[in-house]
Design a protein. Structure first.
Length: 41
C-alpha cells in the first residue's frame, strides 16, 4: 500500500504527487517520489 511508505498530495493541476514520509535531514523537506495523473486502486 502506497500510503504506508509515502504521502499523497493533490496538486492544483489535478495531478497527484507522492512524497516520502521521512524528511531530508539537510533540507527538512520531503523527497518527491513520483507525480501521477491519476490514482489507481
Amino acid at each position: 500500500m502506497l500510503t504506508k511508505i509515502s504521502i499523497i498530495k493533490k496538486l492544483p493541476s489535478g495531478k497527484y504527487r507522492l512524497y516520502s514520509r521521512k524528511k531530508d535531514p539537510k533540507t527538512h523537506r520531503r523527497k518527491n517520489l513520483e507525480t501521477l495523473s491519476q490514482i489507481i486502486n
